[in-house]
Ligand binder design. Sequence first.
Ligand code: FES
Length: 172
Amino acid sequence: MSEKAIEMQDNQEEVIQEIDLSAVDEICAKYSGKKGAVIPVLQQVQEHYGYLSREMIERIGENLNVSPHQLYGVLTFYAQFYTTPRGKYVIRVCRGTACHVKGSGRISEVVKEEFGIGNGETSSDLKFTLEEVSCIGACGMAPVIMINDKTYGNLTPENARAIFREYANKEE
Ligand code: FES
């Protein structure tokens, strides 16, 4: 086997996971020559892929003629951008005081039991991400979670588990 072939075999996993970046080019083309393109391009690329990988950031840089260093500066400044893959369903468990007192820690544990993920982690099937957040303004229904943009309150470990399983069983 040639050296190249061995190298390819070693990188097989990487190759399989290689992402088609043509959407990055298409999005950048819409903004070609326009001022203030960086943020809308980053937003749209993230919307398309769900996150911004190193390869995507480099490609955006090439297209817009902006250094990756500058792009990373923008990414770290705005909390809306993610550089690692996120789940299709983002479970936000409120860890504000009211929810904490009413047992939100136990709800996070149920997420861990069901999907094996802790705070900030994404399940390997890319279906769920867990984020522990501060008060989301629904303290009257504590403990509260959000799954994407839906809010669920007055949770117990049991009904939270039932909700999580419903999402886990949803068709793609
Ligand atoms: S503390 Fe959880 S919603 Fe306010």
